[in-house]
Design a protein around this ligand. Sequence first.
Ligand code: AHR
Length: 522
Amino acid sequence: MMWARRDILKAGSAIVATTGLPRLARAQVGGTSVGTLEIDTAGRRAPISPLIFGQFIEFLGRSITGGIFEEGSPLSDANGFRRDVLAKVLGLQPTILRFPGGTVTKIYHWEDGIGPRATRRVRPNLIWGGVEDNHFGTDEFIRYARELKAEPFITVSMGVGTAEEASNWVEYCNGTGRTHYADLRRRNGFDAPHAVKYWGLGNEEDAEPDAGRLQDPADYVREAWYYAKLMKLHDPSIKLIAAGGGQAWNERVVHELHPVADYLALHLYPKTQGGVPLSLIKSADDTEATIGTIRDQIARLAPPRVTEFNKWYRFPPRAAPMMIALDEIGIWEDAGGGVYNMETRYDWNHALATATLYNVMIRNADIIGMATWAQTVNVLAPILTNATGSIAQTIWFVMALYRRFCGSHRLSATLPSPVLALPGAEQQRSLDTAATIDDAGGTISVFVVNRHPDRAVATRIARPAGYRRVDLHELSAPSPRSANTLDRPEENVVAERSRTLGTIPDHYSFPAHSITVLHFRR
Ligand code: AHR
């Protein structure tokens, strides 16, 4: 698992294309800028998939047990769901929830996690360590996703699992007839089908150190086709996510699986290099080049419409253009205590990087079909728990802000910016921007992240034609090193400020290390 991740990041940084540099000529390098924010309201609008606001839970450390689920805790309900945690997850309004992994899918048998809890099979977690009692399984997952009003997204095992086992899972979840697995679901208390639309064909199957068995792309493609057939014959309407990997792997997978794969999975985990905080900003910026490479591969190898498809298949081919599923996106820092401890503490610099990642997703809305943040609770997560409570980390506030203000379509916007010119991120822009428009009300949201640790950056604002008023929503913290902690759960370092500016001003100065939404109204 570790090698796969590093390879993906390496592939990304080998093709770094720094964006926005030609525009720097108009901006003053240093701190105060005289550039102009221009929003192209007449230009091409790409729809933004609401599924970019997804979350991910895995049988890894305290992500599920001790995270969202804790039987017997006074903080839990009759289902075993931690209500304090659920409230915080609800605050993110996730649109899709991925389960059960991650790497753990390689050893997962879904039938261990259904039926009366007392009789469920207890197994060692051979991937991440510890023991899994499987008290949280498919039905609990569906119940949790429904509480969140999120689409469930299941990743099947291509390690110890088989195509038949995966197709039985589809039957259990989606079957409507009087067949064995559909009836088993009914006996377990769920008359109505779970209607799971999104299914992942394995996870990081190229990863050599993992307990996988399909690390050659030819093997993966052959097996994935078999899985796709058996799963789609149960439910032709399901959407499939093919496992991504390095460049050569992706070429083959896109070329050969595109008639049935709706998405190619991409995992992105920016991180701080060599202890230099701003290197994280560069690492987050570099994700855009990685996405660009895959966009090119898909454009070259997966025609938007599948015209030739073997008529024998009793299910249709892919109907919409193939997209990228960022089914793991997060910030992977060394949390100390060895590689298996991923309970990372995030500070305000991580929040600035998180905002950058959401800007990247919005700017690339034409190719990003979904994203599930890795992960939701305790593991590389916006929420941390202990036995007595939970906290929202700095990155939680960013995720909630973007979810609240992101419109239905991407607009193109330009905002000249000085470069940071600081160790770790010399050439990175201080200001990072993305713009959206909402179909319903026509409001425009411009997200601006000032990544500079201690300099405000001023800009002129070109009033978008037809818009007269602007509101401002801003997140900030005392310093890029500020963090919320479980030791002081009542203290929150993140300041949220909302102001009605009224008439659109000619200039605006974005404070140092801040995240701002300019919300334009007619
Ligand atoms: O999210 C943590 C792990 O990172 C996942 O299990 C794996 O898919 C990735 O390498």
